[in-house]
Design a protein around this ligand. Structure first.
Ligand code: WTA
Length: 645
C-alpha cells in the first residue's frame, strides 16, 4: 500500500479521528514519518491561540521540493508529474515527467540564484497557467525563497500593493497569457505595477504569447536565456542537480494574499513542514488518490486551491496532476469533458460556479464524450446548491462517483471538512465530517458553544476550530497583530473562520456562507471595503457601500450603492466608468454586477452604515427590512427600496 495513512473505511476514519483528538502529537508524528526530513523534529506541536503562536515539527529540517520530486527518483522518473493542457485544443499537450520536473526546477532554482535571489527573499509570481508557473513556485521553494503568486486577474495597482506589502525584490511573469479567446498582457501589467517601485531588482519573463513587451536593461531578463545558461550549470555528464536549501519546518514557504471584511488584502503565511504534511494528508485521504490516477483540479495556481491541490498536495504524493491553461467554456462548453476524455481523468475537482455555468449549456456539450475514467468528483470554494450537486452527480459522475464537498480556506492551507471519497458518506450540500486533526465548534455571538438544537434538530452558529492542525496559517506577513485580531481575537482560544454553519446530530457540517461582510463571488473572496475604496476613487463618487446578493451562477454578485455628485446625472455610462475604475484599482473580478445611485446611505447616529438593510434590499427582501428606527435618516430606506436595480 503506497500511503499507509490512507483511511480505507468508516471505522478507520473514526479511530483515526479519535486518536487525532486524544493524542494529536503521536498521531501527527506517525504521519510525518512518511516524509523525507533532513532532520526530525524535537517537538511535534507547540501552540497557543492567544498570541497566536503555532509551531509544528519544531526543529525539523527539510526541503519540500525533495518531498515533491527527489524522493520519487529514479523509480518514477518517467511517470507524468504534470500533464499540461493548453488553452487552444489544437496546440500540443505537454507531459512533464518527474525527471523532467526535477531538471526544470533545478534549472530555475539556479536561475533565481544567478539573479541574486536568496533564502527568505520574496518572489512575486504573476503568470498564466503554464508548467513554468509550477517550476517557478517549486524553484523558489528549492532555494528557500518565499513565493507570492498573484492571480492573473488582478490589476497593476493590486500588484503594486502586494509588492510593497511583501517587500518583494523579484518578479517572475509571462509576456502574456491565453485565457479562452483573450490574450492577457501580463508583462505590461507588471510594468505599470513597477512605476515608482524602487525595490524590485529583477523581472524574469517567460514568453508564452509573444506579444510585444518592453524589456528594461538591467532589470528585465528572458526566462529562456536564463534557463539555457542555468542548464550548463546544473547538468554535468547527464546528471542534474541543484542542492535544495535546508529549511526549518517553521520557515515560511509562501505568502498568499486574501481579502477580509476590512482593509487591504492580508498576506497569509504558510510554513514548510506543516503545510506539506497537511496538503499531502488531505489530498490522499479526501480524494482517495491511487497511484496512476490522473488528478484534475481546475483552479488557478493564483488561488490557494491551485497551490494545495495542483502543486504541493499531488506532487508530494507522487501523483499525476493535470494543469489546464484555459477556461471551461472555450472553444465551447464541452472543454472540461474533452479534457476528461482525452487524458482519462480519474479525479475532477472544480467549483460550484463552473458547474452552474455549464448546466446552462444543457447536456449537448456532453454528447460523445467518454467520462468513464472518472472515479471521484469534488467541489470547493462556495456552498453547492442541490440542483448543481445532482446535475454533477447524474451527468458527470453517472451516479457512480462519490462527490467530495470540501470546505476550507486560504488560511487553513488545505481541506478541513469533507467526506472522504467512497469511504465516508456524501450528502448534497453538506461538507459532512471534519478530517482527523480538525476540531470544529459552533458558537454564538459571545463565543458560547451552541449546545441546543433548533426545531429542525440542527445546531447553528459561527464556525470555529478549537485546536491547530498542521496546515493552519502562522501569521499575516509583516503584521502579526492583524493575524491575531482577524482570526484569534473574536472568540477566546478559538480560530474563527468567518463562516456560518450548521451541524446535525451525527456530527455532519453544512457551511451556510460568510457571517462577516466578505463576499464570495464565483468562489473568489472579495472584500467589500476594497471594492468601496476602488469605487470611491472615481472622481464623481462621494461614498459607496457594497454588499452581496444571490446570483444564479456566481453564487454571489456584487451590489454597489453609490452616492454620486459628479458632472451631470449619473447614467449607464457612469456605471461603466465606475466599473472601469474598479477594474483598474483591483481587477476585473471585483467589478460590481449592479450599481444603484442613491442620495444617501442608511447610517446609524454614530455614522455606521447599516449593511444589513442594504443586503436585504439587494436580496430583494424589500418587505422584510426589520427595525430602522435607529437610523439617522429612516426616509433614505424608502428611496433606496424604490430605486432598486
Ligand atoms: C467558502 C477556498 C461552502 C467559505 C478554498 C470559506 C465554502 C471561503 C466551501 C474560503 C465549501 C470554501 N462549502 N463554502 N465546500 N469551501 N467555502 O480562502 O466561505 O478562497 O470561508 O479558500 O470559501 O475562500 P478561500
Amino acid at each position: 500500500m503506497p500511503y499507509p495513512y490512507q483511511i480505507k473505511s468508516l471505522e478507520e476514519y473514526r479511530s483515526a479521528y479519535k486518536k487525532s483528538v486524544e493524542e494529536p502529537e503521536a498521531f501527527w508524528a506517525d504521519i510525518a514519518e512518511n516524509f523525507q526530513w533532513r532532520r526530525k523534529w524535537d517537538e511535534v506541536l507547540n501552540w497557543n491561540f492567544k498570541e497566536p503562536k503555532i509551531e509544528w515539527f519544531k526543529g525539523a529540517k527539510l526541503n519540500i521540493t525533495e518531498n515533491c520530486i527527489d524522493r520519487y527518483l529514479p523509480e518514477m522518473a518517467e511517470k507524468p508529474a504534470i500533464i499540461w493542457e493548453p488553452n487552444n485544443p489544437e496546440e500540443r499537450t505537454r507531459v512533464v515527467t518527474y525527471a523532467r520536473l526535477h531538471k526544470r526546477v533545478c534549472q530555475f532554482a539556479q536561475v533565481l540564484k544567478n539573479n541574486g535571489v536568496k533564502k527568505g527573499d520574496r518572489v512575486c509570481i504573476y503568470m498564466g497557467m503554464v508548467p513554468e508557473l509550477a517550476y517557478a513556485v517549486l524553484g523558489c521553494a528549492r532555494i528557500g525563497a518565499i513565493h507570492s503568486v498573484i492571480f492573473g486577474g488582478f490589476s497593476a495597482q493590486s500588484i503594486a500593493d502586494r509588492l510593497e506589502d511583501a517587500q518583494a525584490e523579484f518578479i517572475v511573469t509571462c509576456d502574456g497569457a491565453y485565457r479562452g479567446a483573450k490574450d492577457i498582457p501580463l508583462k505590461s501589467v507588471i510594468d505599470d505595477a513597477l512605476i515608482g517601485n524602487k525595490l524590485v531588482k529583477k523581472v524574469i519573463v517567460y514568453t508564452r504569447t509573444r506579444i510585444p513587451v518592453s524589456m528594461i536593461k538591467g532589470r528585465d531578463v528572458w526566462w529562456e536565456d536564463e534557463m539555457e545558461y542555468a542548464e550548463t550549470q546544473v547538468e554535468k555528464d547527464g546528471v542534474v542537480s541543484f542542492p535544495a536549501e535546508e529549511m526549518d519546518a517553521e520557515d515560511p514557504l509562501f505568502i498568499l494574499y486574501t481579502s477580509g471584511s476590512t482593509g487591504k488584502p492580508k498576506g497569509v503565511v504558510h510554513t514548510c513542514g506543516g503545510y506539506m504534511v497537511w496538503t499531502n494528508y488531505s489530498f490522499v485521504n479526501v480524494f482517495q488518490y491511487q497511484p496512476g490516477d490522473v488528478h484534475f483540479c481546475t483552479a488557478d495556481i493564483g488561488w490557494i486551491t491551485g497551490h494545495s491541490y495542483i502543486v504541493y498536495g499531488p506532487l508530494s504524493a507522487g501523483a499525476t496532476s493535470l494543469m489546464f491553461e484555459g477556461i471551461p467554456t472555450w472553444p465551447d462548453a464541452g472543454r472540461f469533458w474533452d479534457i476528461v476524455d482525452k487524458h482519462k481523468v480519474n479525479i475532477l475537482y472544480t467549483a460550484p460556479t463552473a458547474i452552474r455555468s455549464l448546466i446552462g449549456f444543457g447536456e449537448g456539450p456532453l454528447k460523445g464524450k467518454d467520462l468513464s475514467s472518472l472515479k471521484t468528483l469534488g467541489t470547493v470554494g462556495e456552498p453547492i446548491n442541490e440542483e448543481a450537486w445532482h446535475w454533477y452527480d447524474e451527468n458527470i459522475g453517472r451516479k457512480k462517483c462519490p462527490i467530495v464537498d470540501t470546505w476550507w480556506q486560504t488560511e487553513t492551507g488545505g481541506i478541513l471538512i469533507s467526506n472522504l471519497a467512497g469511504i465516508t458518506p456524501s450528502r448534497p450540500g453538506w461538507a459532512t465530517l471534519p478530517l482527523p486533526g480538525v476540531q470544529p465548534v459552533l458558537v454564538d455571538e459571545n463565543g458560547k458553544e451552541i449546545t441546543e438544537k433548533d426545531e429542525e434538530g440542527l445546531y447553528k452558529g459561527n464556525l470555529c476550530i478549537k485546536a491547530p492542525w498542521p496546515g493552519i496559517l502562522r501569521t499575516t506577513y509583516g503584521d502579526h497583530e492583524r493575524c491575531r485580531t482577524n482570526y484569534f481575537a473574536t472568540y477566546e482560544n478559538l480560530y474563527f473562520t468567518g463562516d456560518g454553519c450548521m451541524k446535525d446530530e451525527e456530527g455532519n457540517y453544512r457551511i451556510t456562507g460568510r457571517v462577516d461582510d466578505v463576499l464570495n463571488v464565483s468562489g473568489h473572496r472579495i472584500g467589500p471595503a476594497e471594492v468601496e475604496n476602488a469605487i470611491n476613487m472615481h472622481t464623481g463618487v462621494v461614498e459607496s457601500a457594497v454588499v452581496g446578493y444571490p446570483h444564479d451562477i456566481k453564487g454571489q454578485g456584487i451590489y454597489a450603492y453609490v452616492i454620486f455628485n459628479g458632472r451631470g446625472t449619473p447614467d449607464e455610462q457612469t456605471k461603466k466608468d465606475i466599473n472601469q475604475t474598479v477594474a483598474r484599482i483591483i481587477g476585473p473580478i471585483a467589478k460590481p454586477d449592479k450599481i444603484q445611485f442613491v442620495s444617501g446611505l442608511p447610517k446609524t447616529r454614530s455614522g455606521k452604515i447599516m449593511r444589513r438593510i442594504l443586503r436585504k434590499i439587494a436580496e430583494g427582501e424589500i418587505s422584510n427590512i426589520g427595525d430602522i428606527s435607529t437610523l439617522l435618516d429612516p426616509a433614505v430606506v424608502d428611496e433606496i427600496k424604490n430605486g432598486k436595480v
